[in-house]
Design a protein around this ligand. Structure first.
Ligand code: GLN
Length: 414
């Protein structure tokens, strides 16, 4: 028996809490939940400490501190978007996760349909259910060493009840960065069917390859007036525990987001908003992002090469924190069936925790043969994870490890 409402019962405990708890229990290296194990730039942490001592520690204004909203709007227009009015178009939320909830709860009517790309970040589906709306799914599939979706499938998923398409670019868990052509096809459908685009762009600053570029959905012609763009400070500046996110949308859509936000959290930690405003406009903090990207790129390359040596089949991600890798050649000899069993075995036996990505799917087949590795960790932590996997799988670790960082063996983008 459970007291959990029927709306939430199907979703159980979020996979992130589950796998992090299992990792702690077994003293495993946690490559499951996506959080860095080093903090963001020192100047940002100093700004937070200063703000605690020097600024007021009472409720911030409901939509967010004016200085932070102005800084968000400034970065937004510098990123190729039209200017946003901080007063009527920017709302500060408790991480992107609250921005997702406030957007869906504020905008959807019962019975509305929302299109989600599968695999999807787990909270999307839950928030759609909380809004009494219905999700429809379009798959992102492996295409060679990349991931892509079929625009025709997207067009077919649209019905007279469709209200919104939720796009996540760069994409979690695949690390795909939606290109111009794919985004144009989404924009065309949004305009043709008068749909809202909800764009979760939390990994916007973590594109790792020069031949990929983050394109904001709202920057496409005809999209600014129908797009809610969501992002966060946590992923950009390695402070995921601060839970500072935001939604940028035209005034009418912003009114809907705020209608829900005011009763979900009302306002967000005041001193951390001061620090966030500082970081988004401080040249030193912005320059630190290059260091972060370089580190993430090195980690990604090292882990991809090692995973291939170990018998996994990783698909090189172009952005973000995660690598998706096929585990069949490792799990089959151990008679482990499916991603959930594999993730548990890796956590409890190899003591390297990963995410079973079927938690992000409704089609059980789509991700069953894959696991998701987070590489937003210190190099020595990644290195220790590689050693543990070599021991568990029984493949000797090459002596001259790590391999050269350039990932040329089958892993380059097509
Ligand atoms: N976004 C992070 C991930 O995908 C986790 C967020 C969370 O724990 N809620 O791992």
């Amino acid at each position: 028996m459970t007291s959990v409402t029927s709306r939430l019962r199907p979703f159980g405990t979020t996979v992130f809490a589950e796998m992090t708890a299992l990792a702690r229990e077994h003293d495993a290296i946690n490559l499951s939940q996506g959080f860095p194990d080093t903090d963001g730039p020192a100047a940002l942490l100093d700004a937070a400490a200063r703000a605690l001592r020097e600024h007021d520690n009472q409720y911030a204004p409901l939509p967010g501190l004016p200085a932070l909203r102005a800084a968000i709007a400034q970065r937004w227009s510098e990123g190729g978007n039209r200017a946003a009015d901080p007063d009527s178009e920017v709302t500060v939320t408790s991480g992107c996760t609250e921005a997702i909830a406030a957007t869906l709860l504020g905008l959807l009517e019962p019975g509305d349909e929302v299109i989600l790309f599968e695999p999807f970040y787990d909270s999307y589906r839950v928030c759609v259910a909380l809004a009494d709306a219905t999700p429809r799914f379009v798959q992102i599939r492996r295409a060679g060493n990349d991931h892509t979706f079929d625009p025709e499938e997207l067009a077919d998923a649209i019905t007279p009840k469709t209200r919104a398409i939720l796009i996540n670019t760069p994409h979690n868990p695949t690390g795909a960065v939606f290109g111009q052509t794919g985004l144009e096809s989404i924009a065309r459908l949004c305009i043709e069917h008068d749909l809202i685009a909800i764009a979760d762009e939390v990994y916007e600053h973590l594109v790792l390859d020069e031949d990929r570029q983050h394109i904001s959905v709202a920057s496409l012609p005809g999209m600014a007036d129908r797009t809610v763009t969501l992002s966060s400070l946590g992923k950009t500046f390695s402070v995921t525990g601060w839970k500072i996110g935001w939604a940028i949308a035209p005034p009418d859509l912003t009114t809907a987001v705020r209608a829900a936000h005011q009763f979900l959290t009302y306002a967000i930690a005041t001193p951390l908003q001061h620090a966030a405003a500082f970081a988004l406009s401080d040249p030193e903090c912005l320059a630190w992002l290059d260091t972060l990207r370089t580190q993430l790129r090195t980690n990604r390359d090292t882990l991809c090469v090692a995973l291939a040596d170990l018998g996994f089949d990783p698909i090189l991600p172009h952005a973000g924190y995660f690598i998706m890798a096929d585990h069949a050649r490792v799990s089959a000899p151990k008679k482990i069936d499916g991603d959930v069993a594999m993730a548990r075995a890796m956590t409890t036996e190899a003591r390297v925790a990963v995410i079973p990505p079927s938690a992000f799917c409704v089609d059980p087949g789509l991700c069953r043969s894959q696991v998701r590795f987070a590489f937003c960790k210190q190099p020595r932590v990644i290195d220790e994870a590689i050693t543990r996997l070599h021991e568990w799988i029984g493949v000797p670790r090459p002596e001259n490890y790590p391999q050269p960082p350039s990932v040329s063996r089958n892993l380059k983008p097509d």
